[in-house]
Design a protein around this ligand. Structure first.
Ligand code: FA5
Length: 347
């Protein structure tokens, strides 16, 4: 038995030395210590060993068993180290694996356009004003001459805030539908003469199509002074559209009803996609509605604490995304929020 154990030791030490890979070592380990391995088989022969030999054979068996285990583990370590060394020698340069050129950041086309608009009106002495996105129906409707239950509220598909758990009555809070909510905030904060502009987000429960978004930007001006008239509105419209869309732009003013202006006007730009013939982008009109405008209603001036017998004003709300459609020839307003970098880079 003693000889047999020594023979196994000799044979497997040689095998371990010759092994070149971790896989080979796994094989040797299984041959030795697996369920049907050499070591197990050997221990099954112990009962046959004569009693007087047993005190010697037992410790020898254990010593050789743990010796072989250690040899295997040491050899594993050596193979692993050799592998790391090889990796070091190859001097892998990971920086070479990224051949993608870094992209240059740029402004979103609508942001670019909005900056141009703000510059244009800053030159005329207008300053920026900010009003709440979540506002009361008082500022969004009531103070703008649109009382509760008035059918004019249907002109705006409104998203109301769930006031459950808030200190507000149901229907009192909403996502502003237009930047006109800023009108009375401005009047209550500033004394005339007033030249303010708002350029910011609005929200509507819209039926989405090529020219309607649920989250849209508006640019609004509020100009209040003595003797302000529709002539100022006409002048500012031309200054604005020519400044942004170029001298060739064809725009028109037509009568339009808004409860907070009197008289009211719609401002349209000729549809560049069909040149006025009517297409899916302009909804068959031949013109794309760009803005609503008019002389601020005397009741609204009063709500803002301004005497309408002394002062008059104009207000004007434009959709910059609609202007961007005309300026950049983009057929669908939804593309501006699509995250399509190819489109943004082409503009
Ligand atoms: C208004 O929102 C009025 N507050 C405008 C106004 C201001 C009138 C001051 C008088 C005085 P209207 O809903 O028509 O009006 O919207 C104004 C402009 O916003 C439209 O002409 C259009 O350019 C843009 N717009 C309106 N709805 C959308 C929409 N769903 N998606 C993209 N742009 C829109």
């Amino acid at each position: 038995m003693e000889e047999k154990i020594s023979q196994i030791q000799k044979e497997y030490l040689e095998e371990i030395q010759k092994a070149q890979s971790l896989k080979e070592l796994d094989g040797i380990f299984l041959e030795l210590f697996g369920k049907n391995g050499v070591v197990n088989k050997l221990s099954e022969e112990f009962p046959k060993v004569p009693k007087e030999e047993r005190p010697k054979i037992g410790p020898l068996f254990n010593q050789i068993k743990s010796g072989l285990e250690k040899e295997i583990e040491d050899k594993r370590e050596k193979i692993r180290e050799a592998g790391y060394q090889k990796l070091d020698e190859e001097k892998l340069d990971f920086s070479k694996s990224t051949q993608i050129k870094p992209r240059k950041g740029r402004l979103h086309p609508v942001t670019k356009l909005e900056k141009e608009i703000v510059n244009l009106f800053t030159k005329l002495g207008f300053s920026q004003f900010s009003a709440p996105h979540i506002d009361s129906e008082e500022y969004n409707f009531e103070l703008l001459n649109i009382p509760k239950g008035h059918p004019a509220r249907d002109l705006w598909d409104t998203l109301y805030i769930d006031t459950h758990n808030l200190k507000a009555t149901p229907g009192e809070l909403l996502l502003r539908t237009h930047t006109s909510n800023a009108q009375v905030w401005i009047m209550r904060e500033l004394k005339p003469p007033v030249r303010m502009m708002i350029i910011d987000r609005c929200f509507r429960y819209e039926n989405l199509d090529a020219r309607h978004e649920h989250t849209l930007d508006q640019f609004e001006i509020v100009y209040i002074d003595k003797g302000v008239s529709m002539a100022n509105l006409q002048y500012l419209s031309e200054y604005f559209f020519k400044g942004i869309l170029g001298a060739d732009i064809k725009a028109r003013l037509r009568p339009k009803y808004y409860p907070f202006v009197e008289p009211g006007a719609g401002v349209d730009g000729l549809c560049i996609f069909c040149k006025g013939k009517g297409c899916k982008v302009c909804g068959g009109m031949g013109w794309l509605e760009l803005a609503g405008a008019g002389m601020i209603h005397p009741k609204v001036l009063e709500n803002g604490g301004i005497d309408p017998s002394v002062y008059s004003g104009i207000a004007w709300g434009v959709g910059p995304e609609r202007m961007a459609m005309l300026k950049y020839g983009v057929e669908d307003i939804r593309l501006f929020k699509s995250g399509d970098l190819k489109l943004y880079e082409s503009i």
